[in-house]
Design a protein around this ligand. Structure first.
Ligand SMILES: [Zn+2]
Ligand SMILES: [Zn+2]
Length: 242
C-alpha cells in the first residue's frame, strides 16, 4: 500500500518517460518503462539462425556464422533474442552502466518473447546460471545485470536459479576495451566453481546480456563442463551482428 502510494507520488513529481525517445508515458504500456513505438523498434533476431550461436545469417548458404567458424565455443548452443543495434544498444548501456535497473522487466520480456516465438525448449535445463561479476566490479556497479535478467526468466519458467556457485576467480579487463583475439586470452581461467558436485549431470543455461565473440560464455561453459555438467546452453538478450 505504502509502496504504491510512494510510486504514485514519485510518478507525479517525475512523470515516467521513455528512456529512448523521452516521450511521456501517460498509460502503463510495457510497465511504464518503454513506449510501444520504441519497443517495436527493437530489432529481433530472426531466422536463418547460425546453428551454434543463433546469430542471424545473411547468407543462407553458410553453415555457421563467421565467429563460430573461427573459434570453437565450449557451450553446446546459444540463443539470442535481439540484435545489438540501436535502440537496444543504448538501452543495454543504460541498463548496465547507468543504474537503470528498472529496464530489467522490458528487457527480460524480449528474451521470454523470443523463447515463446521460436518455441525453444527451455525446460530441458535444470538451472539457470547468470554470468557472474567479480566482487570488485559488483561493488562498483551495485548489481549484476545478468542476474537481474536471469531472475525474471527463472520466474517466468519456474526454473531454479544458481547464482554464487560459478564465480569470477579474477577481475578481468572489460571485454569491450579489447580486440577479438585479446578477449579470448583475457577470460581464460576467469571462472571458478565453489561446489562442482552441484553441477554434475545438470543441464545448465547460462544467462547474459550480450554475446559478442562468445569468449566469456564459452569460458564459463568450459568450467561447467569440467564440473561434469550435461548440456550447457546460453541465452542472451542480444547478439552482435556479423
Ligand atoms: Zn519511446
Ligand atoms: Zn554462430
Amino acid at each position: 500500500m505504502l509502496k504504491h502510494l510512494l510510486t504514485g507520488l514519485y510518478d507525479l513529481v517525475y512523470p515516467p518517460h521513455c528512456p529512448i525517445c523521452r516521450k511521456h508515458l501517460t498509460f502503463p504500456d510495457s510497465d511504464k518503462i518503454l513506449c510501444l513505438d520504441c519497443r517495436d523498434r527493437l530489432i529481433r533476431n530472426t531466422p536463418p539462425f547460425c546453428p551454434k550461436c543463433s546469430r542471424h545469417l545473411d547468407d543462407i548458404g553458410l553453415p555457421r556464422c563467421l565467429p563460430c567458424r573461427e573459434e570453437p565455443h565450449q557451450f553446446d548452443f546459444a540463443w539470442a533474442a535481439c540484435l545489438y543495434k540501436d535502440p537496444l544498444r543504448e538501452l543495454i548501456i543504460q541498463f548496465k552502466y547507468n543504474q537503470k535497473t528498472r529496464l530489467r522487466r522490458p528487457l527480460a520480456r524480449c528474451v521470454t518473447d523470443f523463447v515463446q516465438t521460436y518455441d525453444l525448449d527451455i525446460r530441458q535445463f535444470d538451472c539457470l546460471v547468470p554470468v557472474p561479476l567479480h566482487p570488485v566490479r559488483l561493488r562498483e556497479r551495485g548489481y549484476n545485470q545478468a542476474l537481474l535478467l536471469a531472475e525474471h526468466i527463472a520466474a517466468a519458467y519456474q526454473i531454479p536459479l544458481s547464482a554464487g556457485n560459478l564465480v569470477r576467480a579474477r577481475n578481468t579487463k572489460q571485454q569491450t576495451l579489447l580486440s577479438e583475439k585479446e578477449r579470448w586470452t583475457n577470460v581464460h581461467g576467469a571462472f571458478r566453481i565453489n561446489h562442482p558436485a552441484w553441477f554434475f549431470r545438470k543441464n545448465i543455461l547460462i544467462i547474459d546480456d550480450l554475446l559478442t565473440t562468445g569468449a566469456t560464455v564459452s569460458e564459463a561453459a568450459g568450467e561447467l563442463k569440467h564440473a561434469g555438467a550435461g548440456t550447457v546452453g546460453v541465452l542472451t538478450l542480444a547478439i552482435t551482428a556479423k
